[in-house]
Design a protein around this ligand. Structure first.
Ligand code: GLN
Length: 269
């Protein structure tokens, strides 16, 4: 697999001493690459299929070493190790991950997925594991420095996301049109090349990107109506044992300090 492949599969087996994440030997969970373990399941033989996004740093992304890493990736690995369940992590894109869940091709989604009342009608969420809200960003040092500057312009949104819902809710007020993209990196690129005047994104993700020097600057936020924490999701009424294990494991890794170590690893790097 190369870094340019956008659809990847990572296996996590945790039930004994071994925790495997395919080629992603990410830290924090002492993951070791061991192909012999990637084909087997846990003691009960069940390997949960978990779908995720492709480029949503610091929650999931491919690092410079070509490893698929992130807060979601490490939290899931740590919880699976704590609870002793096996899983396979598929990096599909946000909208595609939700579609996989709905079409029974995935058991769960972990993708910086916001817990919203509308989604709670269709999915069961774990306890919240990260707070988030939404923002808009334009080229750093460019002409657009506020939402008012978007009048008559096109903006970039990622299909099916909360930040897209925010953009849709204010587009008439500010007078902009929306172009949709499947991934965050395509959206940022479109703004950097000047096709769209701004993009809409989750604040923690954009703030991380800005800090990494992605060339964008935040021009507006909604910290009230579109403030929604992230949760791990399954289809309503299905895989309830997985949600229970996730919640118990999450409480355990918060208690042990592992959760804080994972977050600090990405945010203080
Ligand atoms: N938190 C946002 C949502 O759930 C975006 C998630 C993502 O793009 N991975 O809609």
């Amino acid at each position: 697999m190369s870094a340019s492949v956008s659809r990847r599969t990572f296996l996590g087996i945790a039930g004994g001493a071994v925790s495997v994440l395919g080629l992603a030997a990410c830290g924090g969970n002492n993951a070791a690459s061991d192909d012999a373990n990637t084909a087997s399941g846990d003691a009960d033989g069940k390997t949960y299929l978990v779908a995720t996004d492709t480029t949503f740093a610091p929650f999931e992304f491919t690092n410079e070493a070509g490893e698929f890493v992130g807060i979601d990736v490490d939290i899931l690995a740590a919880i699976a190790a704590d609870q002793g369940f096996a899983y396979e992590l598929n990096s599909l894109g946000f909208d595609a991950a939700v579609a996989a869940l709905e079409s029974n091709q995935a058991d769960a989604v972990i993708a910086g997925m916001s817990i919203t009342p509308e989604r709670e009608e269709k999915y069961d969420f774990s306890d919240a594991y990260y707070d988030s809200y939404v923002c808009a960003a334009a080229v750093d040092g460019g002409d657009v420095t506020s939402l008012e500057g978007l009048a008559g312009q096109k903006v970039a949104c990622k299909t099916g996301t909360q930040s897209a819902s925010w953009a849709e809710s204010i587009k008439d007020q500010y007078g902009f049109e929306i172009t949709y993209f499947d991934t965050s990196d395509m959206m940022y690129q479109d703004v950097l090349t000047g096709n769209t005047a701004a993009c809409f994104e989750d604040y923690p993700v954009m703030a991380y990107g800005v800090a990494q020097g992605n060339g964008l600057s935040i021009i507006g936020t909604d910290e009230d109506e579109f403030a929604t924490p992230y949760g791990f999701a399954v289809m309503k009424g299905k895989n309830s044992e997985l949600i229970e294990m996730f919640n118990t494991g999450l409480a355990n890794i918060r208690e042990s300090g592992e959760y804080d170590e994972i977050v600090a690893k990405y945010l203080e790097a």
